[in-house]
Design a protein around this ligand. Sequence first.
Ligand SMILES: *Cc1c(COP(=O)(O)O)cnc(C)c1O
Length: 383
Amino acid sequence: MQDKLTLMIPGPTPVPETVLMAMGRHPIGHRSADFQKIVKRTTEQLKWLHQSSSDVLVLAGSGTAAMEAGIINVLSKGDKVLCGDNGKFGERWVKVAQAYGLDVEVVKAEWGQPLDPEAFRTALEADSTKAIKAVIVTHSETSTGVINDLETIAKHVLAHGSALTIADCVTSLGACDVPMDKWGLDVVGSGSQKGYMMPPGLAFVAMSEKAWAAYAHSDLPKFYLDLGKYRKAAADNSNPFTPPINLYFALEAALQMMQEEGLEAITTRHARHRRAAQAGMKAMGMPLYAAEGHGSPAITAVAPEGIDAESLRKKVKERFDILLAGGQDHLKGKVFRIGHLGFVCDRDVLTAVAAIEATVQELGLAKAPTGSGVAAAAAELAK
Ligand SMILES: *Cc1c(COP(=O)(O)O)cnc(C)c1O
């Protein structure tokens, strides 16, 4: 049905009408006092979201730009980095680091499994010459629906003494607790189309003082993504280049909504949706892809046995106008993913579970009595 599409993918995520309306205005001059006010306000709001006193810089770009900027602003040619890889995004940061000629040691885990913090500890403790300059970790690995133990990994990095923690928090920020300062994270990257409840287009990079100290002698090539330029402009509530003005209108509105809801309520809501989605799928006899106890609050990956995940996904879209995400790379056809990140309410999750259940029934592939999934999800939502 026209205009009925519901996004249940891990980005872009649904955008509230308040945010859409905020964007529907003429752009204003990006060197005007009015725009400076918006930059000032959103900067404060972003610090609140990151639970940090660090600079949070805003770039025009997607989440990958945020992470690339984070990596190239604190490292130098030939630097050694440890990079966690247990999915598509971990893999991407390995590639970015290699593209800039960094010496990358990969800490791997099987897809669906979390990264082992002990593996980081061992590598960091063995580094007596302090060759490791940074550890790159994806907090919520969107491709597999796994949440990695960033807090513990960051602790091991702190114990190392000199390495920085560069965290991809693209699908964790705004979904679960990411206290940047408390955990000692140095670089935190995120993107507007995920937990921010905004359209794509803005990338956010938070930088600790330790990260800025590394920036001072970083020699990797950069121009548009040179965060020093953004920091200098931010001191004057401005941007070095023309920013997407209307996305700033959206940012201000979205962060205002988040502040009204409160960080704890946002975290609780995402945790509840994770439990409901997981319980619904399990009750239907559909195994989760992420290892038990390690599912992300932003996304639930499901590996249905004996069902082609792509046909199921297509059918759910055709019949119910709900867009689910497919599996990436070798998981295509084997896995589908339910995004429950950002502007998502209990009704959305319950409807998604019901739509999947009805579709499985229609395909004649149900493994449990009709209603099992919905009943289990509803029970979790009622808790
Ligand atoms: C979406 C996402 C990104 C960024 O992807 P872009 O398409 O560049 O916005 C990075 N990391 C994770 C874990 C993501 O889910």
